[in-house]
Design a protein around this ligand. Structure first.
Ligand code: C2E
Ligand code: CA
Ligand code: CA
Ligand code: CA
Length: 275
């Protein structure tokens, strides 16, 4: 028994070493990615639930390594956050997104994801201001998406920064609503311009009455707080028609369009035909 215990411990140590080395390698590659232009942005359409009219696009970061390997942001964003690389990467995303959007005639809003780490960075309002000036993007066309995790660390400081950002004329959306522990108190702490209902509620919509009841409740909440609600992860016509019936304001998901590069010709005047 003793021998096998030792073997097990060695096995775990080996596995852990491997995991640590793998992470270190990925962080190093992440560092190179920024210098070597391996990042790009994909855009995913958002539309009015009632009319299908395009209202904006969410910007999503893509990393394709030199050998063609695609690494998901769900994998590398946490590493970028731990290593601090999220600051230069996040700045790159903001600047690139604003520059690409400023080239459009269409007055669509663009929504950019912010990491809590970026919010903890005091210079953020100044950085956003500087990028808006540089790119010439009208502030009302920029929306910043944040999750409640950003609010937990230091509520007073975070709301102060969010207020400064709003003074610039940009809007603030609460992302992944309903997944955290304190979505409701977060709503109370700051006047968000939009609630983005997490896509897990959509994917479970067919699974039983609970998700439908929660979606209705969140829509009612948005209505009474006078905050528009966008439903994420809309994949089927059934989901879309449910959301329309319930008075949801905006929708986003594979049904309307996959995230794609801005250069795609369709992006310019994407016709949404499912309405
Ligand atoms: P998120 O902000 O919740 O972004 C939405 C994610 O849902 C995206 O995944 C998008 O491709 C995916 N999605 C959109 N429609 C559907 C659908 O109908 N069904 C399903 N199953 N998924 C859908 P993606 O691009 O892999 O990004 C994952 C997460 O990585 C994002 O979640 C966000 O938290 C983070 N992320 C992406 N880009 C950035 C960025 O530029 N900065 C920061 N800080 N985080 C980012
Ligand atoms: Ca988002
Ligand atoms: Ca989300
Ligand atoms: Ca409404």
């Amino acid at each position: 028994a003793k021998a096998s215990l030792t073997t097990d411990v060695c096995f775990y140590e080996e596995e852990m070493d491997k995991a640590v080395r793998e992470r270190r390698r990925l962080v190093q590659q992440l560092r190179e990615a920024l210098d070597q232009d391996q990042f790009s942005l994909n855009w995913q359409v958002q539309a009015s639930a009632e009319t299908g009219e395009v209202t904006g696009y969410e910007v999503l970061l893509r990393w394709i390594q030199p050998d063609g390997t695609f690494v998901s942001p769900a994998e590398f964003i946490p590493l970028a956050e731990e290593s601090g690389l999220i600051l230069p990467i996040g700045e790159w995303v903001l600047r690139k997104a604003c520059a690409e959007a400023a080239l459009w005639e269409a007055p669509y809003k663009i929504a950019v994801n912010l990491s809590p780490i970026q919010l903890g960075h005091v210079d953020l309002p100044r950085l956003v201001h500087q990028i808006l000036m540089e790119t010439g993007l009208a502030p009302h066309r920029l929306e910043l998406e944040i999750t409640e995790t950003a609010m937990i660390a230091d509520l007073d400081r975070t709301t102060h920064i969010l207020r400064q950002l709003k003074l610039l004329g940009v809007s603030i959306a609460m992302d992944d609503f309903g997944t955290g522990y304190s979505s409701l108190s977060t709503l109370r702490a700051f006047p968000f311009d939009k609630i983005k209902l997490d896509r897990s509620f959509m994917s479970e919509l067919d699974g039983g009455p609970q998700s439908a009841a929660i979606i209705r409740a969140v829509l009612a909440l948005g209505e009474s707080l006078d905050i528009p609600v966008l439903a994420e992860g809309v994949e089927t016509l059934e989901q879309l028609s449910f959301l329309r019936d319930q008075g949801c304001d905006e929708v986003q998901g594979y049904l309307l369009g996959r995230p794609k590069p801005v250069a795609d010709s369709q992006l310019q005047d994407e016709a949404l035909t499912m309405w």
